[in-house]
Design a protein around this ligand. Sequence first.
Ligand code: ADQ
Length: 472
Amino acid sequence: MSGRSSFLIVANRLPVDRTIEPDGTASWRRSPGGLVTAIAPVMQRRHGAWLGWHGAPDEKLEPLEQDGMSLIPVPLSAREVELYYEGFSNATLWPLYHDVVAPPVFHRKMWEAYRAVNQRFATAAAEVAEEGAVVWVQDYQLQLVPAMLRKLRPDLRIGFFLHIPFPPVELFWRLPWRKDLVEGLLGADLVGFQLPGGAANFRRLCRRLLGLPYKGNEIFLEDRVVTTQAFPISVDFGELDSLVREPHIIQRAKEIRAELGDPEHMLLGVDRLDYTKGIGQRLEAFGELLEEGTLAPNEAVFVQIATPSRERVEEYKRLRDDIELQVGRINGEHAMLGLQPVQYFHQSYGREELAALYLAADVMVVTPLRDGMNLVAKEYVSCHQDLHGALVLSEFTGAADELRQAYLVNPYDIDDVKRQMVAAMRATPHELARRMRTMRRRVATYDVDRWASEFLTALESPAASPTAMPDS
Ligand code: ADQ
């Protein structure tokens, strides 16, 4: 990469995956995902750069160019992956921020690695940012970067977006390094959250922990103002909407149903295999519906796709065993020759196959115990221009704030999940269309482009106008 950039994304991962060709040569392919799709046009317009880890431990790579973006690899050692990524990010912060649905671990070594890696990202960003550049830091792995970067480069305009929930003060309080983390985030000019509730939790925490006054969205530091605001993330509605109109996707959706034995109802779950996603709860509900005879074994098929995730973290190993045992039990009890009521796949799929699955499914079951947003719910809605299909959606997802016409459930209440799954299966086409139409209008209007541009507009608007500081 030559020169410096006026626009920088700083994220744990680069938006590319390395693929090895049959002849052994390595190449990079843009990873699928809304974030990169939304940001790519801005990057191209402004000659932006993206800083992140390339996914291979103990390997240093030179910067590379991809689709008009400069990619700047930040190296991580195997030990850092273990302590900073699997450790502090995914065994401490992830469960702590998701309502402690699994117990977080608190280890000083993990914290030290987190701090060291955050410092490396901040230093790398400081080196490539042009004078006055806009820097957008992403997610919970990099919460110290804003303050570290501001210290090195006070001329920058720094934004931060948290993709996961921000917890209530009482939970955050447990963290031994609570003050450092909050001060890290306050290095940004704008701190974005999925929901207004997360932003409010953060403001209250700043007052309680640091005695900082706030008024409306603004937190008042000694010498500047930090804006906190909700920007609910979304999906590329247009891309999915046109994909599912393509004949080969429609054909594939039909084939999927045929391969499943043309069931009356196809239910679908698509998640990273994560304990926050409530996969066990939805399987339990489905198993009970079969058990008590509400559903005949050949009436419905539940397809559960669980993308492998964080497989070296202890909790995730346990979860995989639990889910696979549960699937085995349900099928053991209710399968007939050639017909298994739960079809479970521990695999990742391409965009097209995923779109065909969404299109084929009558009922999408999304039951997280806590989720910042949940893009799967919005992807399903984007794929149903036929106005067929029902969404069963946990109240504990960010998406539930917007998709009020879903069959909303409390995933801790198995009877409620059962009731809503049945209601979704038995709904009339007219009722389904009514709900789907409203949900589609919402996702079509607030798509991922709008998310990115609203965040950047807020970040680049002239520094917070001199609102009077409240009396504290
Ligand atoms: P995640 O926890 O990963 O995201 P989610 O928002 O549902 O959860 O996004 C998952 C993405 O992975 C979706 O785009 C989905 O299509 C894709 N995916 C899932 N299973 C797949 C499979 N088997 N094969 C291929 N692709 C698959 C975090 C937060 C969320 C927040 C997002 C974005 O936890 O709350 O919505 O970031 O901010």
